[in-house]
Design a protein around this ligand. Sequence first.
Ligand code: NAI
Ligand code: MG
Length: 392
Amino acid sequence: MRTIVSLPGDGIGKTVLPEAIRVLEAAGFKANYVHGDIGWEFWIKEGNALPQRTIDLLEEHKIGLFGAITSKPKQEADKELSPELQGKGLVYFSPIVSLRQHFNLDICTRPCRAFKGNPLNFIRKDASGGFEEPLVDAVVFRQNTEGMYGGIEWTNPPAQVREALETHPKMKKFAHVKSEDMAISTRIVSKQATSRIIRAAFEYAKKHGYKNVTVCEKPNVLRETSGMFLQLGREIAKDYPGIDLWDTNIDAQMMWLTKNPENYGVLVSENMFGDIISDGFAGLVGGLGFACSANVGEEVAVFEPTHGSAPKYEQLNPSIVNPIAMFLSACMMLDHIGEGEKAEKIRKAIAEVIEEGKVRSYDMMKLRGGADAISKGAATTQQITDAVIAKL
Ligand code: NAI
Ligand code: MG
């Protein structure tokens, strides 16, 4: 039997992950779940939000199902650290970012697919003044380890960095700025990692019958990094004769996705641009309650909803948060480990519940989140799970 490392984390991660396991079991997926410690609690108690024992578990079992974690700004992080650990120079790092970097989970996939009947779906006016609801079916491939989020940045850059940059003629305009008045973030991309994400996007398109792959960058301005991205896209596209390569600029893409999102299928971008377009598309299919993702490396893979720990709702009992993003992330895990049939069964059950429209979370009811959402007709998290299981 397969072992899955269960990483509920903080806040609503602890609520939605056990619900996903209930759904997986109801779909006939048998596994051992071993618990991995991760999150704020371990920062406070141990000064490390991602203890080594959790890394060891993932090293051993390779597959993680992750809920969400809480990250707080520097001052709060330092203040909440347990007294005996304070003043030891411990620095907080987001454990999910650490996981992506430690295991080189460079391929991030974020499908954004509308479910028929979801009241949160994108609609637009048609020419006759009525409304149309084109069903969005976009899958964003985001390079997960490099680019603008690579973490290579400085405030008050060291002298060597400054000197190196000054070899570039464009640095002249900063000549009068003191280093302590300067902040620098880098956008470094490598051929190897860029090729991997582009190839993953094409492979996905081929497997799932998409007719095009869009490289979404900004090569007219970011001539070097986006330029390399597009160039590699053109080279790799030659290996996929039935699939067209489209290229868009990130700014224009944001406009197109609010005008005719149904035109786009598979998209591929650097880290930050991928983050932006995947949130954009997620908004068209229901938002955070529906946004799932996979972080896949050469050995280890971690599956997670893109939402965070939603501390506002953590204490609500019964819980009102939407577990569907977590269920869909669990489906991505099943696809990854060769249990695609069970994933399809679960997705079909979710689609039926949404289309029937009898059991809806507060976000689908367009209610303000709060304890009173239930008295206004919203289903609890557990009721949504039960409805999906009933369809299975
Ligand atoms: P968040 O995603 O936790 O919540 C933002 C809002 O989205 C919530 O207040 C709620 O209105 C809604 N929401 C989120 N998940 C929902 C669900 N399943 N069903 C219905 N509504 C949902 O983001 P926020 O408030 O910016 O951050 C809260 C904490 O989560 C922070 O500590 C942040 O650092 C962390 N975070 C962690 C992430 C992760 O674990 N991958 C990702 C994003 C934020
Ligand atoms: Mg984001």
